[in-house]
Design a protein around this ligand. Structure first.
Ligand code: PEP
Length: 250
């Protein structure tokens, strides 16, 4: 199973940046033959990016989706529209959306359902804050976040999805979680899901996000329980990102 690397550009970039970035990425395509590489630009540049990556092995990811497919919902983007421009993954439940946009579990569940309905893969972000980390509550919090979805829709809701373990305290802070900690949590989540649904492990990935950079990516990615990386800041600089890709190949 190929490991996946998702570049989350958040609210950054413009057409010039994207054109140059994709051009360099395409030139270096031999470096990521063994990985699935995904770009997640701001929604307004999704279509533009989609055209630039056509006929490459770079895949398109959305940072968001609405809970409706169409209708009077000003400012929203539907899964159908995203599908239309060849979106393969949608990030759901990023801590920034939970915090700044007050997205609760009920909203997130609707987003997961609508994403799956359109055969797009949800990337469900979970993770604890610094207080819970210090109180050694990481496992408990991650389990609670997933349990809500399982309780409402059954374990099959987690079939064919990606879980991104992203400790909130490590996002954008320069403090990545230790390998020991990530392994512990990812292993725990895999076990938790597998105990509920035998063999589902072959159908879902669990990745890590939080201050991944050229110095730590290789070590994190080589762990058995880590199926990929979600990268914010370090994916914004193509030189840095290429260093990450070069390093994980060595
Ligand atoms: C993220 O926003 O999902 C993320 C992991 O950001 P960073 O890599 O900047 O910590």
């Amino acid at each position: 199973m190929k490991k996946i690397i998702i570049c989350n550009w958040k609210l950054n970039g413009n057409k010039k940046f994207i054109k140059k970035y994709i051009k360099i990425l395409k030139k270096n395509n031999k470096l990521y033959n063994n990985y699935i590489i995904c770009i997640s630009p701001p929604i307004i540049y999704m279509d533009y990016t989609s055209k630039l990556i056509k006929n490459t092995n770079i895949l398109l990811t959305s940072q968001n989706v609405d809970i409706h497919l169409k209708g009077s919902f000003t400012g929203e983007i539907s899964a159908k529209m995203l599908k239309n421009i060849n979106t393969k993954y949608i990030i759901i439940g990023h801590s920034e959306r939970r915090l700044y946009h007050k997205e609760n579990n009920n909203i997130l569940l609707k987003k997961i359902i609508i994403t799956k309905k359109l055969n797009i893969t949800p990337i469900i972000c979970i993770g604890e804050n610094i207080n819970d980390y210090n109180l050694k509550n990481s496992k408990k919090i991650c389990k609670k976040q997933l349990k809500y979805f399982i309780k409402k829709k059954g374990i099959k809701i987690l079939k064919n999805i990606i879980i991104a373990y992203e400790p909130i305290w490590s996002i954008g802070t320069g403090k990545n979680a230790s390998i020991k900690h990530i392994n512990k949590i990812n292993k725990y989540i895999k076990k938790y899901i597998n105990n509920k649904y035998k063999n589902i492990n072959k159908k879902f990935k669990i990745i890590y996000g939080g201050s991944v950079n050229k110095n730590n990516a290789k070590e994190i990615l080589k762990q058995k329980n880590i199926d990929g990386l979600l990268i914010g800041k370090s994916s914004l600089n193509i030189k840095e990102f290429l260093k990450i890709i070069k390093n994980i190949n060595t």
